[in-house]
Design a protein around this ligand. Structure first.
Ligand SMILES: Nc1ncnc2c1ncn2[C@@H]1O[C@H](COP(=O)(O)OP(=O)(O)OP(=O)(O)O)[C@@H](O)[C@H]1O
Ligand SMILES: [Mg+2]
Length: 289
């Protein structure tokens, strides 16, 4: 995973604010905690869901080794909905995705997808049996391999090579931009095309749930818009359920139906993405406003 640098060393800009105007991570944490005296109730989280919850996390305590990062964490998102986690560096946003996919130690609590308890499934089982895909980001493509070979890697859990090939062709049919470059080494792709390849590789297993960690990271603005259009299409047209982390809080909240502000392993605020965008405190802390 790419998130192992201690939070204190990875102070980044929030939203569109200039780095020099950004307040320290510690200040953001302190002020974000002060936004809400109480964290949102489970009923409040349920009220944001359309229909039944599809991905549901109950009172999760999880972390790495013996260290607990998420404390009594709850999450709810309906089928075909999108949820974006924002919050300061080190808040535990990536750890939520890691926990859903099976990369953390789960001390207590549970995770269900489509009513099935997936809490203790391995990452392989999550991908193959539970329809959950984790979109690896940033330099996760194999530059010396062709676009096609990279996509085939996404199908390594399929029972036969033919099945993997068939699934790969479906992805090419959907994304002409990749099809045109199928025999090119992935190393020559532009940043945006590479992100498309990373997303597509996860689609080879035809997942129901996409876990996406910072899709906009390292991309020029025009590619950022492209990536959000791709995710929008996957949600609205293909009905995928998306749980995302986004440092670019404005883009993330504009995109997502539901937003959670995570602070020190707990949800400080939850609301409709549009409502959080309008929240002056969220604006001040995370939107560079
Ligand atoms: N693989 C790991 N092993 C041990 N500790 C980890 C690991 N990954 C993250 N942590 C720690 O867990 C805490 C939460 O990290 P996490 O990566 O979830 O934060 P984040 O909200 O995604 O931050 P960022 O915005 O910087 O990506 C941090 O203190 C971090 O140092
Ligand atoms: Mg992270």
């Amino acid at each position: 995973m790419s998130d192992q640098t201690p939070a204190s060393e990875t102070v980044r800009g929030y939203g569109s604010g200039d780095v020099s105007t950004v307040i320290s991570v510690e200040d953001v944490v302190r002020q974000a905690q002060a936004i809400s005296d109480e964290r949102p109730s489970v009923e409040a989280l349920d009220a944001l869901v359309e229909g039944e919850p599809f991905v549901s996390i109950q009172s999760l305590r999880a972390g790495y080794g013996k260290m607990e990062i998420l404390h009594d964490f709850d999450l709810r998102v309906g089928k075909g909905q999108s949820l974006c986690l924002i919050g300061p560096n080190g808040a535990g946003k990536s750890t939520v995705l890691h926990s859903i996919f099976g990369f953390t130690n789960i001390f207590s609590g549970s995770i269900t997808v489509g009513g099935v308890d997936v809490t203790h499934l391995s990452a392989q089982q999550k991908l193959k049996e539970a329809g959950i895909a984790y979109i690896l980001q940033d330099k996760s493509v194999f530059p010396g391999m062709t676009v096609e070979e990279n996509l085939l890697m996404g199908g390594f859990l399929k029972d036969t090579v033919d099945e993997a090939k068939e699934a790969t062709e479906k992805v090419f049919a959907k994304y002409d931009r990749l099809a045109q470059r199928r025999n090119k080494p992935a190393g020559v792709l532009s940043g945006g095309e590479r992100r498309l390849l990373e997303i597509s590789r996860a689609l080879v297993m035809d997942p129901e749930v996409l876990l996406v960690d910072e899709p906009s990271i390292g991309l020029e603005p025009r590619f950022i818009d492209m990536v959000f259009e791709i995710l929008d299409d996957l949600q609205r047209v293909d009905g995928k359920t998306i749980v995302m982390v986004e440092q670019n809080a404005k883009k993330g909240l504009e995109f997502a139906d539901i937003g959670y502000v995570l602070v020190s392993g707990e949800t400080a605020l939850a609301g409709k993405g549009d409502d959080l965008l309008q929240n002056p405190e969220v604006g001040r802390l995370f939107l560079g406003g």
